[in-house]
Design a protein around this ligand. Structure first.
Ligand SMILES: [Fe+2]
Ligand SMILES: [Fe+2]
Length: 215
C-alpha cells in the first residue's frame, strides 16, 4: 500500500519532533558540567535551536493536521541511554551519545526529504543546518578530549547505542516496510558517522545490517 504523507512524516519525523523536547531536557543538564564557558555557551545556543525546531515541527504538523504518536521505542531507548551518560556527568560519553542522536536525526530527515512537500522540506533544511552544527560541536569536543581513555568511552557509547537501537527497532512491532526504513536510516547514519569518526581516530564496531530480522 502506498504511503501517505502522514505515514511518511509520522515515521520517523514525528518521532524526532517529539525528541526535541527530550533533547532540550538533556542539554540543560549537560550545561551543568560543561568543561568550560565556551562549551556552555554553545550548549545554550543549541537549546535555543532545539526549542525552535520543536516549534517549527509542531506548527508544520498542525498545519498538516497530523497528530503524532509518541516517541518511537528505538529513539526513546536511545534518549534513556543518553540520560544514563548525563547522570554519570561524563562529558565525553554525553557528547558521544549526542553525536549519535544528531547523526540519526539528520539521516532520518535526509532519507524522507525527497518524499515531502516543499514547506516541510524548508523546515527540514533549517533543522538539518542546525543539527550539522551541533554534530560538529560534538566531534570537536571528542577531538579535544582525545586521550586513550576517552576514546575507549566514545567507542563504548557508540557500541551500546547501536545495539540499543537495533534491539528496540526489532521489538517495536514495526511492519516489514517500517523496519526496512528504520534499518536503511540506521545504515546511512552508521556509514556517515563511521567516516566522520575515522577522521578523528575513533573506530566503530563492525555492523552487518542485513542481519536485522523482518518481523
Ligand atoms: Fe533538533
Ligand atoms: Fe541538535
Amino acid at each position: 500500500m502506498a504511503e501517505t504523507i502522514s505515514d511518511i512524516i509520522n515515521d520517523p519525523i514525528c518521532s524526532f519532533a517529539k525528541g526535541e523536547e527530550r533533547g532540550v531536557h538533556l542539554l540543560k543538564q549537560l550545561i551543568l558540567f560543561a568543561p568550560n564557558n565556551e562549551a556552555a555557551f554553545e550548549l545554550r545556543q543549541q537549546i535555543e535551536d532545539e526549542v525552535g525546531h520543536a516549534e517549527l515541527f509542531n506548527t508544520r504538523l498542525k498545519d498538516l493536521d497530523i497528530d503524532c504518536e509518541g516517541l518511537s521505542k528505538n529513539l526513546d531507548s536511545l534518549y534513556d541511554y543518553a540520560q544514563t551518560c548525563v547522570d554519570e556527568k561524563d562529558w565525553v560519553k554525553s557528547v558521544s551519545v549526542q553525536a549519535v542522536i544528531e547523526e540519526l536525526a539528520m539521516a532520518s530527515f535526509i532519507y524522507r526529504y525527497p518524499e515531502l512537500d516543499e514547506k516541510t522540506q524548508t523546515v527540514l533544511k533549517k533543522v538539518i543546518e542546525d543539527e550539522k552544527r551541533h554534530l560538529a560541536f560534538c566531534l570537536n569536543q571528542l577531538v579535544k578530549f582525545a586521550d586513550s581513555d576517552s576514546r575507549a568511552r566514545t567507542e563504548e557509547v557508540h557500541k551500546n547505542s547501536i545495539s540499543i537501537m537495533r534491539a528496540a527497532a526489532e521489538q517495536e512491532g514495526l511492519s516489514k516496510d517500517q523496519l526496512n526504513d528504520a534499518k536503511e536510516i540506521m545504515k546511512k547514519a552508521y556509514f556517515l558517522h563511521n567516516s566522520r569518526l575515522k577522521k578523528i581516530g575513533i573506530a566503530l564496531p563492525k555492523v552487518s545490517f542485513s542481519k536485522t530480522k523482518p518481523l
